[in-house]
Design a protein around this ligand. Structure first.
Ligand code: CA
Length: 251
């Protein structure tokens, strides 16, 4: 397999761009450096890349605007995009605006982590042939065991366990995967497609009914612990989110 997925690296700081290009190239990818948004638009239109790494702070256009323009190009919506952010308010925008970016990574980041993230996204999207995958975290900000800040949930990724108000939930593999995503980003609406892509890595089952069925059983399990609460919100027509106004502790 000699296919080397082409990856646009949109970053104006040459030092950072060099590092990214180096790790990508060593890992069997073909990085293409674009120092400006204008250059990225031209490269993208010339040949669709397998993935775009996108800095938020660019000299000619901010990364969010560039993201929208790339998505609007022919085939653009199908190309996974990973944001590079330098500030927490940028992270809030990436997550909060629900731009549909595939992931983000905060600066400073470890080059190994970046490559792991790139592999995970490409594996999920199955849009490129990826060299032998390394073990990579599914989520950009894995919570430490026992932490799911500000929520009544405690996540233990090593044991693949979730506690709700201190009670251990008995979850199936997919229920765990869905709840884990929701818990890590309270308030963020995950569409059925997204949940399916991120949790059903074996690609089995039919999309909507599968997700809805697991949400239903999850809700029943949460209700058994806190009957008066509705921790999983349905966002009509679009997907599911973890409620942001759950009391962290129960009276
Ligand atoms: Ca920058």
């Amino acid at each position: 397999m000699l296919h080397k997925p082409r990856i646009l690296v949109v970053e104006d700081e040459s030092g950072i761009a060099d590092t990214i290009q180096y790790v990508l190239a060593t890992d069997g990818f073909t990085p293409v450096w674009c120092g400006t948004a204008g250059q990225a638009l031209r490269e993208f239109a010339a040949e669709l890349p397998a993935l775009v790494i996108l800095d938020v702070g660019l000299p000619d256009l901010n990364g969010f605007e560039l993201f929208k323009r790339l998505q609007a190009l022919p085939g653009g919506a199908q190309v996974p995009m990973l944001f590079l952010t330098a500030r927490s308010d940028e992270i809030d925008r990436v997550v909060g605006l629900e731009l549909g970016a595939d992931d983000y990574i905060a600066k400073p980041f470890s080059p190994r982590e970046l490559v792991a993230r790139v592999r995970a996204i490409l594996r999920r999207s199955e849009r490129a042939l990826v060299p032998e995958p390394a073990a990579a975290p599914l989520n950009p900000t894995p919570a430490a065991p026992g932490e799911a800040a500000g929520t009544p949930f405690a996540l233990d990724e090593e044991r693949r366990q979730i506690r709700f108000y201190g009670r251990l939930l008995e979850l199936s593999r997919y229920e765990y995967g869905v709840l884990r995503l929701l818990v890590q980003r309270p308030g963020r609406v995950f569409t059925r497609d997204e949940l399916f892509d991120k949790v059903w890595t074996d690609g089995s089952g039919s999309l909507d009914r599968t997700i809805d069925a697991h949400i239903k059983t999850l809700r029943a399990k949460l209700k058994a612990v806190a009957p008066e609460l509705e921790p999983i919100r349905t966002s009509r027509g679009s997907g599911y989110a973890l409620s942001e106004d759950l009391p962290p502790e129960r009276r």
